[in-house]
Design a protein around this ligand. Structure first.
Ligand code: SF4
Ligand code: SF4
Length: 444
C-alpha cells in the first residue's frame, strides 16, 4: 500500500535511438529458444532433433493456464534440445534451431474472433506476453476481462528506463496497430469506460502521434507524465494516469484496471490481422560501449553475440551487457545467451562504467527511503540479510513488505555509500519465497 508521498528519481534519459526506426538483423545461423520466457510454468517441448520447422511453427506448447507457447523464429532444422542456465540460476530446457537461411513462414490464418472468449483463446496461442519486461502471459490478463468489471485500460508508453526506445518506435512506426488494438479491446470488453495512454514528457513526438490517432475516441486520454523514474512501473502508472491505488496484495484487475504495454497491444493486433505469433521483437542496443546505437528487429532466440555484431559493437569494447536498461537490467555472463520475448534492450557498458564502486558503511542519510516509489525501507532488508535465515528474520522481511519491492533500483541509484540495496532485495525475496514454500510444505 502507498504509505506516503511517492518517491521519484531523476535519471538521465539517453534516448539516443528515439529517431532510429528498427532495422532487421542478418539471419542468425541458429537460435536458442528457452521454454521459460514468461512468468508462469515453462512450456513443454513438442519438437525433436531432426524436425524441420518454418517461422511460426510451434516448438513448445503452454503447459498450464499461466504459461505461454514458444514458436520457431527462423526456418530450418531442430538441431538439439539443450539445457539453458538462466541469469536467476534456474536451468530450463531450450530448443536449438539451425537456420536454413530462407526465413520461410508457415501458412498463416488470422484467428476468427467474435467474442472475448475467442480473443482470449487466440491470444493464448499467439505466444504474447507483457513486452515491457514483465513477461506475464497476455491471455491471463484478458481472462480477467472475461469476468467483467474492467472499466479502465491503462496503456503503458512511459518507457522510463534510460536508453530504451523500443516502445517509442512502436508508437511512432506502428501507432495505427495500437489504435486498432484498442478498438478491438473496446469491442470485446464492453465494460471499458476509460482508456489512459501514459507517456513521459520526454517523448513529445509520441504524445503528438497518440493524441492524433485517438482524437476520435472520446473515451481515450493521452496523459503526459513527468519524466521521472520509475514512471512505467505498473502501480505507478496506474496511479499517475487513472488516480487508482493498487493496494498491497491486489492486482490491477481487482480495481477494474487492465494494464498493457503499448508494444503488447500492437503485437496483439498484428497477430489478429495476420495470425503470425510472437517470433521477433525490437531490441534497442545502446550504452557507453556502443558507438552507433541502434534499434534492431531480432528473431527471438538470437544470441547476444549476433545482435551486438549487427549493431557494430566490438568484443574488445564490452565491459558488461545487461538484458534491459541500466536501472532494472540483469547482467549476463555469456554473449552466447539468447535474446528472449522480454528482451527489449541490450545495454552495453565499457569496462570503466561496469566497475562497481566499493560499498562503504551506511550513513543513515535516508535517501533510499525517500526515493522508494512505494514507501519501503531498503535499509531494513539489508539488516535482515546480514545474518542467517531464521523465522524471526524472515518475519521481519515479511513485516517490512519486501515482496512489494519492484526492484526498480532507485534506492541503489541514490545511495551515496554505493550500498547494493536492490541486489540485497532480490536475494531477500528469493530467500523469503523459498522459506514460505518450505513452511507450506511442512504444514501439509
Ligand atoms: S528497488 Fe525496491 S526498495 Fe528499492 S526503491 Fe525500488 S521498490 Fe523501493
Ligand atoms: S541511501 Fe545508502 S547511506 Fe543513505 S540510508 Fe540508504 S543505505 Fe544508508
Amino acid at each position: 500500500m502507498f504509505r506516503r508521498k511517492l518517491g521519484k528519481t531523476h535519471v538521465p534519459h539517453y534516448k539516443n535511438t528515439a529517431g532510429t526506426p528498427a532495422v532487421a538483423i542478418p539471419t542468425p545461423a541458429s537460435v536458442l529458444l528457452p521454454v521459460a520466457q514468461h512468468i508462469g510454468a515453462p512450456a513443454t517441448v513438442v519438437v525433436k532433433p531432426g524436425d524441420t520447422v518454418k517461422i511460426g511453427d510451434i516448438v513448445a506448447e503452454a503447459s498450464s493456464y499461466v504459461s505461454s507457447p514458444i514458436y520457431a523464429s527462423v526456418s530450418g532444422k531442430v538441431a538439439k534440445l539443450e539445457k539453458y542456465l538462466r541469469a536467476d540460476g534456474k536451468t530450463v530446457d531450450a530448443v536449438r534451431i539451425e537456420s536454413d537461411g530462407l526465413m520461410e513462414c508457415r501458412d498463416l490464418t488470422p484467428p476468427d474472433i467474435n467474442s472475448i472468449d475467442d480473443l482470449t483463446e487466440a491470444v493464448r496461442h499467439s505466444g504474447l506476453v507483457g513486452l515491457g519486461g514483465a513477461g506475464f502471459p497476455t491471455s491471463v490478463k484478458l481472462d480477467a476481462a472475461k469476468k467483467g468489471g474492467i472499466a479502465t485500460l491503462v496503456l503503458n508508453g512511459a518507457e522510463c528506463e534510460p536508453y530504451i526506445t523500443a516502445d517509442t518506435r512502436t508508437m511512432l512506426d506502428d501507432g495505427e496497430l495500437i489504435r486498432e488494438g484498442v478498438e478491438l479491446l473496446l469491442k470485446f470488453i464492453p465494460s471499458l469506460e476509460k482508456i489512459y495512454i501514459g507517456i513521459e514528457k520526454n517523448k513529445p513526438e509520441c504524445i503528438e502521434k497518440m493524441t492524433e490517432l485517438f482524437s476520435d475516441c472520446e473515451r481515450a486520454e493521452v496523459v503526459s507524465l513527468p519524466s521521472l523514474y520509475p514512471q512505467g512501473a505498473e502501480k505507478v502508472i496506474v496511479y499517475n494516469t487513472a488516480g487508482i491505488v493498487i493496494e498491497e496484495g491486489k492486482l490491477p484487475a481487482d480495481f477494474g484496471v487492465l494494464v498493457m504495454n503499448v508494444t503488447s497491444v500492437a503485437e496483439l493486433m498484428r497477430f489478429v490481422k495476420t495470425g503470425m505469433p510472437l517470433v521477433s521483437r525490437t531490441v534497442t542496443v545502446d550504452g557507453s560501449a556502443v558507438s552507433e546505437p541502434k534499434n534492431l528487429t531480432v528473431p527471438i532466440g538470437t544470441s547476444v553475440r549476433n545482435v551486438l555484431a549487427a549493431a557494430g559493437v566490438a568484443d574488445d569494447d564490452i565491459g558488461m551487457v545487461l538484458f534491459g536498461g541500466p536501472m532494472m537490467g540483469t547482467a549476463i555472463c555469456s554473449l552466447d545467451e539468447p535474446t528472449v520475448k522480454t528482451t527489449g534492450a541490450l545495454t552495453v557498458l565499457t569496462e570503466a562504467d561496469a566497475r562497481r564502486r566499493e560499498p562503504t558503511p551506511c550513513i543513515h542519510c535516508g535517501r533510499c527511503v525517500a526515493a522508494c516509489p512505494i514507501g519501503l525501507n531498503p535499509t531494513a532488508y539489508s539488516k535482515a540479510l546480514d545474518i542467517e535465515i531464521t523465522d524471526d528474520r524472515m518475519k521481519k522481511l515479511e513485516d517490512e513488505k519486501i515482496m512489494l519491492c519492484m526492484e526498480c533500483g532507485c534506492c541503489s541509484y541514490v545511495c551515496p555509500a554505493s550500498r547494493p540495496l536492490v541486489q540485497n532485495n532480490r536475494i531477500a525475496k528469493v530467500q523469503l519465497r523459498d522459506f514460505q514454500a518450505h513452511s507450506a510444505t511442512l504444514k501439509n
